[in-house]
Ligand binder design. Structure first.
Ligand code: PSU
Ligand code: MN
Length: 314
């Protein structure tokens, strides 16, 4: 990887996108790569569980025969593929910005550390030429305030990347989130399920737009979607492994209390999701954190299989 950014003669900076060497090699050889996000590391889980999880996810991708590419903003560069030391830095530093699409320029210019959300990670993956991305859950339309809608939806409508996730958290307004995805033309695929997964639970109330039963099937649908010329992303919803599924009533109570606490503390905007997550982790005595780790590992396994299958179709 080449070192820092150069100032060009016209005063503009060079493209800050930097791919790790092994990511460049894999893409050039048509081998599978799986993108991973960093907000889940910096803002979604406590230290040191976050760094352990990030390293485990990379190991899962490798053992499945693909190359991991964790995305973050580091020292003024938009990085695709991080070292273990950089993962540790992201997971342990106090000052890590949460970077969605609108924040990219400001955080790059500040030369600070930035953890990318689903939206900003999709953008980087698309620019790098990576088709598959694994995470915990996507952002969406918040309950109560329908005008608080995640830029993850915008990115899904714009960048042709498959986001493998446990659906979206029940902290959101899931029916409106699915309506927004439909309006944006984003397929919502269910991994061996007809129901949209609801993160801590397997779901059951809301339908996906199509079911896929294995990685070759998923890759076939994605390849057909993009080969037809559609330019949108896709959601591949993977239900949480059954032995980690949370009790629905318990989660619902924690969410209701969490939303009230969010209001009471005057938390708004992009701080809502991390605040709610921390509250729910506390309220469930850490069970929600264990579930979160388990599901993101499962999503990463599935994403790797799909990336391998997709690379085989090319
Ligand atoms: N869902 C999780 N954990 C997370 C997030 C979502 O289970 O950490 C993060 C993701 O990075 C997602 C972001 O992209 O929250 C959405 O935030 P917002 O609603 O502010 O766009
Ligand atoms: Mn928001």
């Amino acid at each position: 990887m080449s070192a820092g950014r150069q100032v060009r003669h016209n005063g503009l900076m060079d493209d800050p996108l930097r791919l790790a060497d092994e990511v460049v090699d894999a893409l050039a050889g048509g081998r599978p790569v799986v993108a991973l996000e960093s907000t889940i590391i910096a803002h979604g889980m406590p230290h040191p569980r976050n760094v352990e999880t990030a390293l485990t996810l990379e190991a899962i991708v490798r053992s499945g025969g693909a190359v991991p590419a964790t995305v973050a903003l580091v020292d003024g560069l938009f990085r695709v593929g991080l070292s273990d030391d950089e993962l540790e830095r992201l997971g342990s530093s106090e000052q890590v910005s949460k970077v969605s699409l609108r924040d990219v320029g400001a955080v790059l210019a500040s030369v600070g550390l930035g953890a990318t959300t689903v939206a900003a990670t999709m953008f980087a993956a698309h620019r790098a030429g990576i088709r598959v991305f694994a995470t915990g859950g996507i952002g969406g339309v918040h309950r109560g305030d329908g005008s608080d809608a995640s830029a993850d939806l915008t990115a899904l409508g714009r960048f042709p990347v498959a986001v493998v996730c446990a659906g979206a958290k029940a902290v959101l307004d899931l029916p409106h989130t699915l309506e927004a995805l439909e309006t944006l033309g984003v397929p919502v695929l269910g991994w061996r399920t007809d129901a949209f997964p609801e993160f801590w639970t397997r779901g059951g109330d809301l339908p996906v737009s199509a079911r896929v039963d294995d990685a070759a099937h998923a890759a076939g649908v994605l390849d057909a979607h993009w080969s037809a010329g559609l330019t949108t992303g896709a959601v591949l919803g993977v239900p949480i492994p059954g032995d980690h599924e949370a009790d629905r009533a318990l989660i619902e109570t924690a969410i209701t209390d969490g939303l009230a606490a969010t209001d009471a503390a005057g938390i708004t905007g992009n701080e809502v999701t991390p605040f709610l997550l921390a509250h729910i982790a506390d309220a469930t005595g850490g069970a929600s954190l264990d579930a979160n780790v388990a599901l993101v590992q499962e999503n990463t396994r599935v994403a790797t299989e799909v990336a391998v299958a997709l690379a085989a179709t090319r």
